[in-house]
Write a protein that binds this ligand. Structure first.
Ligand SMILES: Nc1ncnc2c1ncn2[C@@H]1O[C@H](COP(=O)(O)OP(=O)(O)O)[C@@H](O)[C@H]1O
Ligand SMILES: [Mg+2]
Length: 609
């Protein structure tokens, strides 16, 4: 129930609809009860046991509302019988009932009508805030979480919350009102019988709630499993080529089936319990009614409690009326418990604190004047330090190349400067200002990043290039594409710059994709460029094209280049050789060659290959 409340906070902007819903439900509940009560006099007429009321009744006190309504009805029925006979009275009651049923259902619809705005509004807002959070959370959050799991939370968990919580919302408002109005009428008919009936109900309630206990745990497991197999599908789609070339289809299939079978078993158990709700409450309800027939029948026969037979029938009608809401509420409790698990998973994302935030007095920094300085920084992802007491200065306008074995911490360094992660010790300064004192957005605006895998979106070429830039003109886009050596191939695409490039640029070659990423960085035109093995995924030919594009881009810019090709590295102003997160050598190409140490070895290796 805890998370139900938190989800309800999302309904705040829609309180107007909640109030309308309550008003319509009150009207519904009143007409619901009246539609049953209207039958009592007609039954009396048919049984011939109705006392004639010839005096127009007056309402004396509020407690006598039931008697007043009943005797007013009887009065009209009596006067009608006197003028037009029993049949006219019957017709009158039927028309009244017709109207009552019509109004009851009209208000029921109106209540649902306004609730729809609240439901769909809450679902939209939930999805939007999840997406907002996903964009906001630091990258570290997602390296620990599986993508599919996050997708499951944003889709099927939100769906689950909609069906379970928001469906229950309807029951939770409407049914108690019906119960209250029905109870009042039942008390008016016979207090004794009502008390007897309601001693029986809690007994049923306890039995029902015991079944629902385990439901929550099971549905949580089921949702987790959904996340698992969504992750798995994601990976499969991404790695289809590898799966097929290694003929690992069977292996993948059996892995997938393990997950779906587990899901099947869990859902069986969840459904069994859920399905039990209705039959069980129906049975318990009927058993209660049979007991009431026995007890009430004896009251009528003995003339105790002043209950007429038609009133007893009316009472049974009311009791049926009250059973549905009780059933609906017990179903809602099941649902809420089932939805709670999903709500918990949604709130887990929404309540994750962003660890990389702007300080309240963070400043805007629009220009880059002097240098980037890494001062004694240490950084670890988990337990072991990946960078240890690392210091480096990148002066404005220079190109710094980072060289080192894979795993030596080069990409990590590239992640720290745009603050995708925060350093554990030491500080990173840009023009002597700690990057933690600069607004994230303005810090990242100073930088362009091109990584090994070019990240493109299912959109047009143009929109992929203009991702980081507001209102770029066509000329700007073309100029950027030309610098990136991409213009040529773009105009040969079927729709030129308006061609859709498919999921992750699926229709383009690796070199073309990379040149689009470079065009994107060129258009953004940041003073600082960070290139993380931008050419390493390419074949030699497209590498040369990309390489030229990169060189054009790096002109007059400050660049941090991570590369393993000698051709890229040797032109750098400063070459930094990394080993296990520490600098082991630093200098120009010539300096380091004369040193005959790590870099020398590296160069020899390259020449060999
Ligand atoms: N997201 C991460 N979580 C935990 N460890 C990581 C993560 N990314 C990289 N590492 C570890 O940090 C070390 C340095 O990695 P990285 O900077 O990517 O090296 P390089 O780019 O030089 O090949 C490696 O030991 C790697 O296993
Ligand atoms: Mg790397």
């Amino acid at each position: 129930m805890n998370y139900f409340k938190k989800i309800l906070l999302f309904a705040k902007p829609y309180t107007k609809y909640a109030w309308l819903n309550i008003i319509f439900n009150i009207l519904y509940a009143i007409f619901n009860v009246l539609s049953v009560l209207a039958f009592i006099p007609v039954l009396g007429i048919l049984f011939g046991s109705e006392e004639k009321v010839t005096q127009k009744p007056v309402l004396t006190d509020t407690k006598g509302i039931y008697d007043y309504v009943q005797s007013s009805l009887s009065y009209y029925v009596t006067s009608m019988m006197e003028s037009g006979g029993v049949e006219k009275a019957l017709l009158f009651i039927c028309i009244i009932s017709f109207l009552l049923f019509f109004l009851k259902n009209l208000f029921r619809y109106l209540a649902l009508f306004v609730l729809a705005f609240l439901r769909n509004g809450v679902v939209k807002d939930l999805r939007d805030s999840l997406y907002h959070k996903v964009l906001e959370l630091p990258i570290s959050f997602f390296s620990e979480k599986k993508k599919g799991d996050t997708i499951a939370r944003m889709t099927s968990d939100v769906q689950e919350v909609e069906t379970s919580f928001l469906n229950s919302l309807e029951a939770i408002v409407r049914e108690p009102l019906t119960i209250i109005f029905t109870l009042i009428s039942m008390f008016a008919i016979s207090a004794k019988l009502t008390l007897f009936a309601f001693i029986l109900l809690p007994v049923s309630g306890i039995i029902i709630s015991s079944v629902s206990k385990k439901l929550k745990a099971k549905s949580l497991l089921a949702q987790q499993e959904t996340g698992n197999f969504l992750s798995f599908i994601e990976e499969t789609l991404g790695g289809l080529k590898v799966i097929k070339s290694f003929t690992a289809e069977d292996k993948m299939e059996s892995k997938f089936e393990v997950s779906t079978s587990r899901f099947e078993r869990l859902m069986n158990s969840v459904l069994h319990r859920k399905n039990l709700a209705s039959p069980m409450s129906e049975f318990l309800g009927s058993a209660t009614i049979i007991l009431i027939l026995w007890f009430g029948g004896r009251l009528v026969l003995s003339g105790e409690d002043n209950m007429k037979p038609q009133e007893f029938l009316g009472f049974i009608g009311l009791f049926y009326l009250i059973l549905n809401p009780i059933k609906a509420i017990s179903k809602a409790i099941f649902s809420v418990q089932k939805g709670n698990a999903s709500a918990e998973r949604i709130m887990a994302i929404l309540e994750t604190e962003n660890t990389i935030t702007d300080k309240p007095n963070a400043i805007d920094k629009d220009t880059f004047e002097k240098d980037i300085e890494l001062k004694n920084i240490s950084f670890k992802y988990k337990d072991d330090y990946v960078l240890k007491d690392f210091s480096l200065t990148v002066p404005k306008g220079k190109t710094v190349a980072l060289v080192g074995q894979s795993g030596s911490g080069k990409s990590t360094l590239a992640n720290l400067i745009p603050r995708f992660y925060d350093v554990n010790k030491g500080k990173i300064l840009i023009d002597n200002i700690n990057i933690k004192d600069i607004k994230k957005e303005s810090l990242r605006d100073l930088m362009g990043l091109v990584t090994q895998e070019s990240i493109l979106f299912h959109d047009t070429v143009r929109n992929n290039i203009t991702l980081g830039v507001e209102n770029a003109t066509d000329d700007d886009v073309i100029a950027a594409a030309k610098i990136a050596n991409a213009h040529e191939f773009i105009i040969e695409l079927p729709h030129g710059y308006d061609s859709n490039i498919g999921d992750s640029g699926g229709t383009l070659s690796g070199g073309q994709r990379q040149r689009l990423s470079i065009a994107r960085a060129v258009l953004k035109n940041p003073p600082i460029m960070i290139l993380d093995e931008a050419t390493s995924a390419l074949d030699t030919e497209s590498e040369q094209l990309v390489q030229k594009a990169l060189e054009k881009m790096m002109e007059n810019r400050t660049s941090i280049v991570i590369a393993h090709r000698l051709s890229t590295i040797q032109k750098a102003d400063i070459i930094v050789v990394l080993q296990k997160g520490e600098i082991v050598e630093q200098g120009t190409h010539e300096d380091l060659l004369t040193n005959k140490e790590f870099y020398h070895k590296f160069v020899n290796m390259q020449s060999l290959s």
